[in-house]
Design a protein around this ligand. Structure first.
Ligand code: ADP
Ligand code: MG
Length: 269
C-alpha cells in the first residue's frame, strides 16, 4: 500500500515583513508522483525545495493550487507521512532509542516490538551502542542518523526527506543510500528526496525533477533509466550511463545556479 502525490499549479508566497511586495517562493508548480515512486528534487539554493516539501508534509498552506495525496487535499500533517528535515528534529528529553520508539508508539506497536524495531533501525544507521545517549551527547551527524532511523523504522506511506544526508561523511552517506533503496523496494513507500548532490540524485531517483531559481518552478523532469542490480555489488556510479545522467542534470542545474548568482549580484533576494 502506498500513496500518490499530486501538485497542481501550486504557488506559495510569503507576506512581506516591511510592507513591501510579497515574496513568491514557488510559482505554478505541477508534479505527479506515482504511488511507490522515488522522486528526487534538485535546484539551486533558495529555489523553494524545502517550501515544497513543507506543503506536502502539511506544515504550511498553499497560496493557490492544490496538493493531493491519493486525490485528497492535504489539510495538515498526518501519520501517513514521515519527514526528515534538513535540521535534525529530535526530542532532547528522549534517548536515541526513545526518539525512534516515539513514532512507533504513534503507530500502535506494543512495547517489545517498539524496542526491537527501534534497535534494528539504529543498527542500520550505525548507532549500535548509542541507544541510551541523549541528543546533546551525540554529534550532528549522529543526531541526523537518529532522525533517519526514526523515519525508516516508521515505514510511512510517504517519506519526505530534505537533504537528509548532507551532513554525513561519504561512506556513511553511500551506506544509507543503499539502505534507503532496500527499504523502499521492500515497502513500496513513496519517496520525495531533496539533495544538492547530483550523484546522489542519479543514484537514488527513478526521476529527478530539476527546479528553476527564484521563483521556483519545475524546469525539467529527467527519467533515470538505470539497471540497478538488486544486490548492489557492481558500482553503478562508474557506469557510462550514470555519467551521462550526471552530465545532463549538471547542465540543467548549472544554468539555474548561474541565474541565481546573477540575481544575487543585482541585490535581488
Ligand atoms: P531551498 O530549500 O530550495 O533552499 P526554501 O524553500 O528554504 O529554499 O526557500 C525558498 C525561498 O523562500 C527563499 O528565498 C527563502 O528565503 C524563502 N522563505 C522560506 N521560508 C520562508 C518564510 N517562512 N518566510 C519568508 N520567506 C521564506
Ligand atoms: Mg532547503
Amino acid at each position: 500500500m502506498s500513496t500518490s502525490i499530486s501538485l497542481h499549479s501550486v504557488t506559495r508566497t510569503f507576506p512581506a515583513r516591511d510592507g513591501g511586495e510579497s515574496f513568491t517562493a514557488l510559482e505554478q508548480v505541477s508534479l505527479e508522483v506515482a504511488a511507490g515512486e522515488f522522486v528526487v528534487l534538485v535546484g539551486p539554493s533558495g529555489c523553494g525545495k524545502s517550501t515544497l516539501l513543507d506543503l506536502v508534509a502539511g506544515l504550511a498552506p498553499v497560496t493557490s493550487g492544490e496538493v493531493l495525496l491519493d486525490g485528497r487535499p492535504v489539510t495538515g500533517p498526518g501519520l501517513d507521512r514521515g519527514v526528515v528535515f534538513q535540521q535534525y528534529a529530535l526530542f532532547p528529553w528522549r534517548t536515541a532509542l526513545g526518539n525512534v520508539e516515539f513514532t512507533l508508539e504513534a503507530k500502535g506497536l506494543g512495547r517489545r516490538d517498539r524496542t526491537r524495531v527501534a534497535r534494528e533501525a539504529l543498527d542500520l544507521v550505525g548507532l549500535r551502542g548509542f541507544e541510551q545517549r541523549y541528543p546533546h551527547e551525540l554529534s550532528g551527524g549522529m543526531k541526523q542518523r537518529v532522525a533517519i532511523a526514526r523515519s525508516l523504522a516508521y515505514e510511512p506511506e510517504v517519506l519526505l526527506m530534505d537533504e537528509p544526508y548532507a551532513a554525513l561523511d561519504a561512506q556513511t552517506r553511500e551506506g544509507l543510500q543503499d539502505e534507503l533503496l532496500r527499504i523502499w523496494r521492500r515497502t513500496g513507500t513513496t519517496v520525495v528526496f531533496i539533495t544538492h548532490g547530483i550523484d546522489e540524485a542519479v543514484y537514488l531517483g527513478q526521476r529527478v525533477a530539476v527546479m528553476t531559481s527564484r521563483p521556483g518552478r519545475i524546469k525539467e523532469v529527467v527519467d533515470i533509466d538505470l539497471d540497478r542490480p538488486a544486490d548492489a555489488t557492481s558500482d553503478l556510479r562508474s557506469e557510462p550511463e550514470f555519467a551521462r545522467y550526471r552530465r545532463e542534470i549538471w547542465e540543467l542545474l548549472h544554468d539555474e545556479v548561474r541565474a541565481a548568482g546573477r540575481l544575487e549580484e543585482a541585490g535581488v533576494r
